[in-house]
Design a protein around this ligand. Structure first.
Ligand code: AKG
Length: 296
């Protein structure tokens, strides 16, 4: 099977793209979870969320998209077929839909908090800012580390990527760059970038999956996801997504969790998180230029 990632067509099971390793059977064994995080940099846990919570969150997101004219109402709403002219949207931050009880019931569920309390050995908290994505046709996310967007607090911070519905390969699921959490030089250069402070124009390290494999070895890994599944990873795992090649929105959210007694990145907390800062484009250099300077 062939899939698109950025401008590249990749063969699943070929040199550049393989499948994610499942960690579902480790989910109640904290030591084994830490060992797997150390080894692979991520945890793929099937059935992590109660599917009923995911269904409710999906419903409010789809209704919100429909109310904004993004969804083709001649088709069953739940299919989230993109309306003519409908484009991908980022619905994060303080957008009302991320403050609904249905959405919060999913990303702030007692089960999810309980998981991180066991994993991190104490009370945990989450950013009030949520990243909610309706990814349109032909779109994908380029390769990046989350630390460049949220590195002002503890780096013992974890992302939970939650598909809001089943996501096939064609719909553009998350993809991670295997072994990238061990790329020391990348961590010491690009990994110290702060997209709101530094002079680099954007946070994506690359949108060319082939270039990264040829330079660093390893492979991209992805999977098909079902409602309830989750991917969990730390701040130093390079990831992005395959392209959504379908006419339906790929709906997912990514939310963050950390120990409550560790420093929080102040851009993403509080009633109205301040988020990113506009910078003057004239002051900025491209990521390509920054990478040349860093030698990565
Ligand atoms: O869903 C995506 O396309 C990207 C997700 C992501 O970058 C993240 O979970 O940190």
């Amino acid at each position: 099977m062939k899939v698109m990632m950025g401008e590249r067509e990749l063969e699943l099971g070929g040199r550049y793209l393989g499948t994610l390793r499942d960690a579902t059977d480790l989910r109640h064994d904290v030591e084994a979870l830490h060992a797997r995080l150390e080894e692979e940099g991520y945890l793929l846990i099937r059935g992590f969320h109660d599917p009923a919570r995911v269904r409710e969150a999906r419903r409010v997101v789809v209704e919100n998209l429909a109310a904004n004219g993004q969804i083709d109402k001649s088709r069953p709403l739940d299919e989230a077929v993109i309306a003519p002219g409908g484009r991908g949207l980022f619905l994060g931050g303080s957008r009302a839909v991320t403050r609904t009880p249905e959405f919060q019931g999913l990303v702030e569920s007692p089960e999810l908090f309980g998981f991180f309390e066991r994993l991190l050995g104490g009370p945990v908290t989450t950013f009030s800012h949520k990243w909610l994505r309706a990814v349109g046709q032909g779109q994908n996310t380029g390769a990046h580390l989350d630390i460049v967007y949220m590195g002002r607090g503890t780096d013992r911070l974890y992302t939970v990527w939650t598909p809001l519905g089943d996501i096939s390969y064609e719909m553009g699921p998350l993809a991670v760059f295997a072994g990238s959490h061990r790329l020391r030089r990348v961590k010491e250069t690009y990994g110290r970038l702060d997209v709101d402070r530094d002079e680099v124009a954007q946070g994506w390290f690359s949108n060319d999956p082939v270039e990264l494999v040829e330079r660093y070895g390893g492979r991209w890994l992805s999977a098909e996801f079902a409602m309830g599944d989750a991917m969990i990873f730390g701040m130093y795992l390079m990831h992005g997504s395959l392209n959504n090649s379908t006419g339906r929105f790929r709906l997912s959210c990514d939310t963050r969790y950390q120990r409550a007694d560790e420093l929080l990145d102040d851009r993403w907390v509080g009633e109205n998180p301040k988020g990113h800062t506009e910078r003057n484009p004239a002051d900025l250099i491209s990521m390509a230029e920054a990478r040349l300077r860093w030698g990565v």
